[in-house]
Structures are given as C-alpha cells and as structure tokens.
Design a protein around this ligand. Sequence first.
Ligand code: ADP
Ligand code: MG
Length: 771
Amino acid sequence: MASMAHLQEEKLRLQEELLGLQEKLAARENNELSRSLQLQGQVETLKAKLLEQAQEISRLRSELQGGTDVEKHRDLLAAENERLRQEMKACEGELRELRQQQQAPCRDCVHLQENAGLQERLSQLQREAEETRAKLAELDLEVQQKTNRLAEVELRLKDSLAERAEEEERLSRRLRDSQETIASLKSQPQQIKYIIKTVEVESAKAKQALCESQSRNQYLQEQVGMQRQVLKEMEQQLQSSQKTAAQLRAQIMMYEAELERAHGQMLEEMQAMEEEKNHAIEEAFSRAQVEMKAVHENLAGVRTNLLTLQPALRTLTHDYNSLKRQVRDFPLLLQETLQSARAEIGQAIEEVHNTNRELLRKYRRELQLRKKCHNELVRLKGNIRVFGRVRPITKEDGEGPEATNAVTFDADDDAVLHLLHKGKQVSFELDKVFPPQASQEEVFQEVQALVTSCIDGYNVCIFAYGQTGAGKTYTMEGTAANPGINQRALQLLFSEVRSKAADWDYAISVSAAEIYNEALRDLLGKEPQEKLEIKLCPDGSGQLYVPGLTEFRVQSVEDINKVFEFGYVNRATECTNLNEHSSRSHALLIVTVRGLDRSTGLRTTGKLNLVDLAGSERVGRSGAEGSRLREAQHINKSLSALGDVIYALRSRQGHVPFRNSKLTYLLQDSLSGDSKTLMMVQVSPAEKNTSETLCSLKFAERVRSVELGPVSRKAELVSWPSQEHLEGESLGTAASPGRGHTSSSPGQLSGRSASIRRKLQTSGKLRPVPV
Ligand code: ADP
Ligand code: MG
C-alpha cells in the first residue's frame, strides 16, 4: 500500500512532472513557435535583403548596362580620337606643305595668315583635347564611384552573410539543444516516451521546418553564390572597362604627345620662317643699304653736277635775259628789217621784172629763131620719119637655133639696133627703135603728134613696112584687146575734134582701099571687085581723085568699128586665104578731117593715110611662077616706087616718081608738099629671118640717111634702088647718097610728070579727093 501510495505519489509527482514537462513543452512549443516566427521574420528580412540585393544587382546590372554605355562612350571617344587623328594627319599634311613652301623663299603675308590659321586650329584642337580629357576625368570619377558602391554592396553582402552564418550557428546550436532535450526526454518513462514521441513528432515537425529553413538557407546561399558570380563578372567587366579606360588614356597620351610634337614642329617651322624672314629682311636691308649707297653716290654726282651746272645756269639765265631783251626789241628790228627787205624786194622785183621783160623779148626772138630752124629742119628732113619696131619672138617662130633672138638694142640710144647676121653684127640707126616689149600705147604716143596735125590741115602718111609676119598688121590694126594705130588714131581725132568743138566744125570720114597687083579696089564699096582709077581733077588744079571710092562719115568709135568690120568682110569675101592675100596687097585706111572755123570761115582739110603694106619678102627670087611671080613683081615694084618717092622727096629732088606705082600715085598729095610721112619698119628678131630683117633695116636706113644739100638736090635724077638691089648692098654701111643707086630711066622725067610735079608743088594746101 505504501508502495502503492508511493507509486501514487510517484505517479502524482510524475504527473506533476509531466504537467511541468507539458508546460515546459508547451512553453518550448511556444518558444519554438516564437522562434520559428522569429526565424520566419528573419527569413522574411533575409528575403527582403535578397530582394534588395536582387534590386541592387539589377541596378548594378543596369549600371553595368551603363558600362555598355561606357563602352559606347568609349567608342564615341575612339571615333572622336579617330577624327582627331585624321585632323592631326591633315595638320601634318598642311605642316608638310608649309614646310615645302618655306623651302621656296616666301615671305608673303598669305603664309603668315595660313600660319595664324593653323595656330588657331592647333589651339582649337588643344581645346578639344582638353575637353576630351575633362570628359575622361568625369568618366573616371563615375567609374570610381561605381567601384566604391560595389565595394559597399560587397561589404553589406559580407555582413549579411556573416549574420546569416551566425544565425545558422545559433539555430544549429538550438537544434542541438532541442535534440539533446528530446534525447533526455526519450530516456524518461513511457509517458515521457509518448511525450517524447509527441515531442519527436513535434520535433519532426520542427525538423521539417528546420529542413525547410535549411533548404531555404541553401537556396539563399546559392543565391548569394550567384550574386557573388555576378559580382565577379561585374568586377571583371569593371576591370576590362578600367583597362579600356587605361588604353584610351594611353591613346590620349599618345595623341597629346603627337599634338605636342606637331606643335613643336610647327613652332620649329615658325621659327625657321621667322629666321628666313629675318634673313630676307637683313638681305633687303643690306641691298637697300647698297642702293642707298649708290643713291648717295648719285646724289653726290648730281650735287657736283649741280655745282658745275650752276655757272651754266647763270650763263643760261644771262643768255635768256639777253634773248628776252632781243625778243622785246625784235618787233622793232623786224619792222625795220621788213621795211628794208620790202624795199629790197621791190627793187629786186623791179629788176626781175625788167630782166623778165628782157628775157621774154629774147625768148620770143628765140622762138622765132627756133621756128625758123624747125621749119628749116622740116624742110631739110622733108617731114619724113623712119621708125623701127621689133616684134617679140612668137610661138610661130618655133624652137631651136632658128628661133633665137638676133636683134639687140643700145641701152643708151633708143634709135639704134644691132642685128647679128651670119656671125656679123650690123648696127642701124633710125629715128626711133621700138623693142619687142614696147606696147601699142608707147608706139602710138610717138605717132599721135602726126595724127593730130591732120586736124590742122596737114596730110599724113603712116606706112607699116616689113616682111610678112614682122608685125605690120599688129602695129596698124592691132587686136581687139590691144588696138593698133588705126583705131587709136581715130579715137584721138574724135577727142581732139570734140575739144575744139567750141570754135570749129569738123567732119571725119573714112575710106578703105586695097591695092593688089597694081589694081585699086574699094573695100567699103558695093562692088569691091571693081577696079578703081585715079584721075586728075578736071578743074585743072592738079588734084587727083578716085571716082567711085566710098567715103563714110564717122562720128564715133562704134562707127569706125562698123566700117572696119565692113571692110574686113569685103576683103575676106574677095579672096580664098585672107592672110596670104593681105600679105600680098597694100591695105589703106584713108581718114579725111574737114574743118570749118565758124568765126573766120576758114576751111581746112587734112588726110591721114594709114597703110599696111604688102610683105617685103623677096618671093620672086625663090623661083615663084605664074600668079605668085606676078604678085611678087607687083609688090616689089610698088615698094621700090615708094622708096623712090620717099628718097626723092627727102632729097628734095626735082622729080618725084609718084606715078611709078598705084600706091605712090594715090598718095601723091599726101606725100608731097608739107605733108608728113612716117615709115614704121617692122622686123622679126628671129635668127631665121635675119636676111629679111637686114633688107628691111637697110631700106629703113636708106630712107632716113638721105642727106640734103646741093649734092642731093643735084642728084634729083638718082633713083631709089629696087628691092633686089637692097640685098646686094654691103652689110652695115650706111649708103651715101646716090651710091649704088641706079639711075632712073630718062623716060621717068617725061613732060607730063614734070607738069604734075609742078602742079603738086604749087598746090599748097591739099584738097580732099572728091568722091
Ligand atoms: P604682118 O602683118 O607683118 O604679116 P602680123 O601683124 O600679122 O604681121 O604679125 C605676125 C604675128 O606676130 C601675129 O600673130 C601678131 O599678133 C604677132 N605680133 C606682131 N607684132 C607683135 C608685137 N609687137 N607684140 C606682140 N605680138 C606681135
Ligand atoms: Mg599683115
């Protein structure tokens, strides 16, 4: 019982103990609960911290993102640096250019301006570099701040980790205590076991909670590890960005060094330029000094000159003053001089006047004398002129030695020509000689005085004499482009008549005739083949006339051209070969000028006979027969007769054999008296024609060389040699009058001829051939 009671007591104690334990347990549970709550709170705070850290991490990440911004900024800086480098290069290029320019001497202000610009640019660059440096410093500061913040975060993390470690330590300690308590409780009776069990059960729950908290702790540790990882990465990033920043800093340093160098170079170049400038200034200065020296020397020279000039100036001033005085006195002096000069001039004029009067008187006397002399000369020369004209070598002369020129001229004497014949040179003197180059105009100039004299009532004959092809027709007729004497003579007559129209009435008429085989034909008539006769005027005046000879009144050059054309056509229709025919006949153009002086009623008649003679070549000797021989004989006869007549006229023979040919008979009144005759002897210069040229020139010279005087007058019975005789003469000798001349037949001096001659000589002014 006692034991029972004891047991009961025990039981009660135990119950009490159990109650106490239960209380303790409850308290512990409460403790546990509060602790778990506390732990939960701690977990909550840790969570919050974690969240905070996550936020911090995200912030840091964003900051790290900002690190990419830093990178961007770095890139920008790199680009800026690149640009700066480019600019540096450009600067270097410019500097190089500047250096090159400086090598060539240049002191232009343009370069100085460029230099200033470059300096400005350099300072700008420096400014920019300064700004970049400031930006870099800012960035450094930022990085520093971020590093500090990171260190703080790390510190905080470390603190929280330490805290947590402590907490864990504490928790594990408490767990160990609890486990020990549970183990001690387990060693108690069944109830306790039960309690223990419950406690175990409860502690299992606590364990589970512990486990959970451990797992959570694990998770948190992982998180912290991750955070550490992130932190490490960030640290790495920070390191790399620091490295980049360092690199950038190094680059900047480099650029700065380059800039420094460029600046140094520029300074050097500027220095060099400065030196050059100074050198140039020095040079210029020395040059200027030299020049100045020269100028000084000049000045000294000028000074000495001035010193020497001063006396000269004094003398000049003196001269000037005297001149001034003279000028002042000049009008007076001039007046005096003028008066005396006037008196002298008056006297001189008077003297000159007297002398002039005397001279005039003498001149008039001289004129009279001259006129007398001229008249005498004309009388002596018989009014006959002989000209020679040499045609040029033409294509017709062919080529080779036969066509060579055999005629030469005297440069000093236009009346002389030389002919080379059979190796000998023969010289001839005529009144005038026209060389081949003489123009139609030049020839006409020599002839025109003769032409105009027919207006004054003189009779004129112009003959063209020479072998066929020597230029007779060319001289008389000419060509359309270059007319000859015929046309020019008529034109001149027209213009002369026109100029005298105020006082005179003139009528010009023309006839054209041809003498072929001693037959006279009218070239302007209706029947050209009809032979005309030359008759003596029945009025007993001794004048000759040609009945039926057509005479055309012409008033203009056109009229003449028509007449010429008409005559030409008539002549051409009458023969088969005009060229040949014309060379075998004499062609005559007879121009009659009749004038009436309206105031005095005086009448004049002049006749101009223009004769293109037949060829003078000696056909008869080359064995020609029949009609050809007859032609030749007629030509020979008429040309000889012409020579005879001219000779007789010029030698003033008593008898002139006009009637020996139709030609001379027809021209009788134009050859005799005070009429004028021109013989134009045409010759060819060709070697092959020298023989004929010689004959023609001999004929010319003979006509001309007739000497007048008592012997000539006596020689009135001496006749002109025939054409045949001409060639027999010795070469180059001028025939003396009468030498070699055959005597004319006594029959020529018949009573009839003598009477005609007498009549002609007494007729005075000739009358026109009545038509
Ligand atoms: P002729 O009448 O004496 O037989 P031409 O007058 O018919 O001779 O002349 C013969 C050639 O010579 C012609 O072709 C002519 O044009 C030419 N002739 C003659 N004389 C000259 C001259 N002075 N200048 C130029 N050509 C001339
Ligand atoms: Mg002719």
